[in-house]
Every structure is written in structure tokens, then in C-alpha cells.
Design a protein around this ligand. Structure first.
Ligand code: GUN
Ligand code: ZN
Length: 442
């Protein structure tokens, strides 16, 4: 048998490969009630049933016993703003007023490296304590915001993609930059951090409304110079926003066409929200192999609209789930899946637990073009996973005694679950967060 350095016994659930249609998912899902996971140097060696796998074990290496717990691949959050952690639950406004009243003042504080370092540590602890092991993250316009986040993520060996916001109009003076400054600072960050360990860089123009054509040209130039970076922005979130962007860019054929004309669509391009797309915009996302982040708690909290899951599958557009903290209201992927289900219900779309877990793990990894490295327990993948305690409250315990199979257990978990269900989080083969462990100072 191949060498291993760690063995873990528990129940396991994952999705073994990507699919084009949700109907295919149950056939590629794997559930092992009593399973054995072998790791070597932060990578998966194998996952097997305990019955078969126990023969591979060396007598002198006792497996870690997580029986009674369910281990799933680490959650992938495809859209989140770390500087907005401190403003979750800001009352009363929709997108454009919400940005001006709450978001921009909070982001203005990230010129201070100490503040950025403190908030980065807190943010990463929030991700890990909720079972999220990979995220695509917005910083602020300040390069120090991204230095702080990458420094903290690097110490944890997390697979993280992030970038400095690029914006040069329609914001407060404290968040403005020139296209030339944006280019230079982004370039320096890419050279410092992109492909540094498990870290990657995303070019991050905030959205079309805060970008002049000159800024978008700089983004295009950087993408050309660094073709293996990611592109992360917002698209078609709010009806007023869309009308405004059409006024700002009258020569373009709609919102997505602004990004497309600057060659910002493509593989490793990720557009958050996409709630009010026109048919030709769906087709453009498909043809360019771009991806979407579906952010249900944010879309409901800001009253932005309902994401169309059915059309997303039908049009063949890659999609992952995002929390979109701080317009989103939780870091927790179980709760986010539960809200995604309700978004489906409002449109007569039945989001199964199997599909929801796919979007939150392998599907999200695929949307980020990381499905060759993370997202399930196939041999050679990086060992990022979450240990879930399926029943941590009297209500959950009662509900689980009545649940018949793994599908019902997973569905109850995404309906009633939250951060209390996350017992431990492993990153790169190491346990980096555990319930009841002493808090890391942050
Ligand atoms: N559009 C532009 N900036 C933002 C942001 O910070 N949050 C959300 N939800 N939408 C945006
Ligand atoms: Zn966002």
C-alpha cells in the first residue's frame, strides 16, 4: 500500500466528480458510514470502507477515531469581503445606499496595517470555525489590507485567493486611486503573493460603476501580463445598479459586456450575484467559461433578487456558493445552503442536499478552477476537510432520530445546522481549528 502518515476513522461524504446536470449527482456521491481516510504530507492517499481499509494499517499507527462524526470536504466560499466582517447586519438599505452609508466608511480604515492584521486574524478564525477552508476574498483598495490577509493565511497554510480592490470613481476620497497607482500596487502584490505556497492572486475591480474605462484598461493589461491570475468582481446584483451601469457605459451592450470588452471574462473569472442576467449574458458566461458566485443570504438581506439555479444548470455556467460577508449574514456554509434552498423554493426549484453540498465543495472548487486540488477525497487532493457533529442541540438530536438516510441527515444539517456543528477543521493535513480548544489570540 502507498505510504501514509495519518489515518482517520469516521463517516465520510463527498462528491467524486464534477457533473453537468444535477440529476447525475446521486450517482457520483459517496457515503461511507464507517470509513478510513489515509493522509500523507497534507495530501489524500485513499478513502475506503473501514472493512477493506483496515488491512492497510501499520500496527504501530493508531487511527484517529472520529466515529460518530461526519467528515466532508472543506467548504469553499467563492465570494466574501474580509474587511466587511465588522459591518454584518447594517440596517435598512439596498445595494447602492448600503455601499455609501456603511461599506465605504468601514473599508476606509484598512489603510492601517495593525487594523488589517487584527481583522485578518479574526476573519480567518471565522472561516475555520465554520468549516470553510478555501475562499475567494475581496480586500480593500489598500495594498496593506491584502498583505495582512495573505500573511495570516500563509501561517495557516490555507488555500486562499484574494486581491486588492481596484476603484477610481464614485467612492469617497479615502478609497480613490488613479489607474496608474492601481496598476503598480496590484502588480507588486502579484509579484509578492501569487503562487506563494497555497496563495493565489485575484485581480479585483470592485464593479463597473467604480471603474473608469482607463482603470479597466489597466485590469486588462494585468490580466494579459499575468494570465494565470483570477478575476473577481460583481455583476448584475441590483436593478438600480444595472440601470446606472447602462448609463455609465452607454456604448456597451449591457452590464457584462463592459467586462467582456476588456477581456475580463474567461476561465478563472468569477462574477458575484448574477441575479438579473439577460439571455445573451448567460450565453457569454458559458462561452467564455466564466463562473458565478451565488450568495443567497446577501441577495435576501439586501433585497437584491433571486438567483436562477435552474437556468444556471441549463446554460452550463459554473457556479459556487458565496457568503458575501458583510452583505451576507453568516460565515456558515450550512446556513448558507439552507438559505439557498429557500431561494429555490420561491422559484419552485428543489435544491437537494446532495446538490447543495456539491456547490459548497467540489462545484465551488470547479468554479475557482481548483477542482484538481481540492473539493473531495480523491487520491492526491489536498487534505482540507471538516469534521461535523451532526446533532449538537436537543432539536437536532430529536430530528436525527427520525431521519432515515444520509440524504435526510444532510438536508436536516443544512436546515438546522450552524457553527455549533463544526467540531474540527483540517487544512493541508493539519487540524487548525477544534471546538473547545483554547482560542487563538486575534
Ligand atoms: N457591489 C460593489 N461593491 C459591492 C460590495 O461590497 N458588496 C456587494 N454585495 N455588492 C457590491
Ligand atoms: Zn460582494
Amino acid at each position: 500500500s502507498p505510504g501514509y502518515t495519518q489515518a482517520i476513522r469516521a463517516s465520510f461524504f463527498d462528491i467524486t466528480r464534477t457533473v453537468d446536470q444535477p440529476q447525475q449527482l446521486p450517482d457520483v456521491a459517496r457515503y461511507l458510514e464507517d470509513g478510513l481516510l489515509l493522509l500523507n504530507q497534507g495530501c489524500i492517499v485513499s478513502l475506503s470502507a473501514w472493512e477493506e481499509g483496515q488491512h492497510l494499517l501499520h500496527p504501530d499507527l493508531e487511527p484517529l477515531d472520529y466515529r460518530g462524526k461526519l467528515i466532508v470536504p472543506g467548504f469553499v466560499d467563492t465570494h466574501i469581503h474580509y474587511p466587511q466582517t465588522e459591518m454584518v447586519g447594517s440596517y435598512g438599505e439596498q445595494l447602492l445606499e448600503w455601499l455609501n452609508q456603511y461599506t465605504f466608511p468601514v473599508e476606509s480604515q484598512y489603510h492601517c496595517p495593525q487594523h488589517a492584521a487584527r481583522m485578518s486574524a479574526f476573519f480567518l478564525q471565522q472561516l475555520l470555525s465554520n468549516g470553510t477552508t478555501t475562499a475567494l476574498v475581496f480586500g480593500t483598495v489598500h495594498p496593506q489590507s491584502v498583505d495582512a490577509l495573505f500573511t495570516a493565511a500563509s501561517a495557516l497554510e490555507m488555500r486562499l485567493i484574494a486581491g486588492k480592490v481596484m476603484m477610481d470613481r464614485h467612492g469617497p476620497d479615502a478609497l480613490m486611486e488613479t489607474p496608474e497607482e492601481s496598476y503598480q500596487q496590484t502588480r507588486e502584490l502579484i509579484e509578492r503573493w501569487h503562487n506563494h505556497g497555497r496563495l493565489s492572486y485575484a485581480l479585483t475591480p470592485r464593479y463597473a460603476a467604480t471603474s473608469t474605462p482607463e482603470l479597466l484598461e489597466k485590469v486588462q493589461q494585468l490580466r494579459h501580463e499575468f494570465p494565470d491570475t483570477w478575476l473577481h468582481t460583481h455583476l448584475s446584483e441590483n436593478l438600480q445598479e444595472i440601470a446606472w451601469i447602462k448609463e455609465l457605459f452607454p456604448e456597451h451592450n449591457g452590464y457584462l459586456d463592459v467586462y467582456h470588452q476588456y477581456q475580463l471574462t474567461g476561465q478563472r473569472s468569477l462574477f458575484a450575484h448574477c441575479l438579473h442576467l439577460e439571455d445573451h449574458e448567460w450565453d457569454c458566461l458559458h462561452h467564455t467559461d466564466s463562473a458565478i458566485a451565488f450568495c443567497p443570504t446577501s441577495n435576501l438581506f439586501l433585497g437584491s433578487g433571486l438567483f436562477d439555479l435552474k437556468t444556471c444548470w441549463h446554460k452550463g455556467v459554473k457556479m459556487g456558493i458565496g457568503t458575501d460577508i458583510g452583505a451576507g449574514t453568516t460565515f456558515n456554509m450550512l446556513q448558507t445552503m439552507g438559505e439557498a434552498y429557500k431561494v429555490g423554493q420561491l422559484q419552485r426549484y428543489k435544491l437537494s442536499a446532495c446538490e447543495a453540498f456539491y456547490h459548497a465543495t467540489l462545484g465551488g472548487a470547479k468554479a475557482l478552477d481548483l477542482d484538481d486540488r481540492i473539493g473531495n477525497f480523491m487520491p492526491g487532493k489536498e487534505a482540507d476537510f471538516v469534521v461535523i457533529d451532526p446533532a449538537v442541540s436537543p432539536l437536532q438530536q430529536m430530528r436525527h432520530t427520525n431521519s432515515r438516510d444520509i440524504w435526510e441527515k444532510l438536508f436536516v444539517l443544512m436546515t438546522l445546522g450552524d457553527d455549533r456543528n463544526i467540531a474540527a477543521t483540517w487544512v493541508n493535513g493539519r487540524c487548525v481549528w477544534e471546538v473547545n480548544a483554547p482560542a487563538v489570540n486575534s
